[in-house]
Design a protein around this ligand. Structure first.
Ligand SMILES: [Zn+2]
Ligand SMILES: [Zn+2]
Length: 141
């Protein structure tokens, strides 16, 4: 679905979301995450990162949940989405007991086990889902 969307917008002439200028040929304007396509002039303008307060070019910034972020803080936000980890175990290689045991006791460091479930597309693979312990504790306190 999303891929179709991207392909679709690539063929279209887009306009700068800031000054409404249209591009000369499709795909000329760079895409700013959370903002949209911007022309080069607008992209070179400076904005202030809402997290660290440093100035950054619009072109290297992003909008995330209503905030303007510099590239570095954008990466940190992305990192937050990696708070969930899934590790898979194959029942053909080890017994259920062993899987449960492994999932419980040898999970990734700093993560708390949330659940063990059978993978949707397999009859023998199990998935252990983990969440970053600090987040898990925050959610539970
Ligand atoms: Zn513009
Ligand atoms: Zn920043």
């Amino acid at each position: 679905m999303e891929r179709e969307n991207v392909a679709h917008t690539r063929q279209k002439i887009s306009y700068c979301v800031l000054c409404n200028k249209t591009e000369s040929s499709p795909g000329t304007f760079p895409f700013v995450i959370g903002l949209g396509r911007v022309c080069i002039e607008c992209g070179m303008k400076k904005v202030r990162c809402d997290v660290c307060g440093e100035e950054t070019k619009i072109i290297t910034s992003s909008r995330f949940q209503g905030r303007t972020l510099c590239l570095r803080d954008h990466m940190k936000e992305i990192e937050k989405y990696r708070n969930h980890l899934v590790i898979t175990f194959d029942e053909e290689k080890m017994g259920i007991d062993e899987i449960v045991n492994k999932a419980l006791h040898s999970g990734p460091e700093g993560y708390t086990l949330l659940s063990i479930r059978r993978a949707r597309n397999s009859k023998t693979v199990w998935e252990a889902e983990y969440e970053k312990t600090e987040l898990f504790e925050m959610r539970c306190s």
